[in-house]
Design a protein around this ligand. Structure first.
Ligand SMILES: [Zn+2]
Length: 44
């Protein structure tokens, strides 16, 4: 049984920051797991 594309994307887990639990907006060129806030706290 095939899922419709809509159902497929709906079933994808939301990307959530492991540091603070905030939902992360997908960024095409970002490989970071943390949200912007936690990344800025860590520095470089
Ligand atoms: Zn965070």
């Amino acid at each position: 049984m095939l899922m419709s594309p809509v159902e497929f994307f709906r079933n994808l887990p939301e990307k959530v920051c492991p540091e603070c639990g905030q939902q992360i907006e997908e960024q095409a060129e970002s490989y970071f797991m943390e949200c912007d806030h936690c990344l800025s706290k860590k520095g470089e």
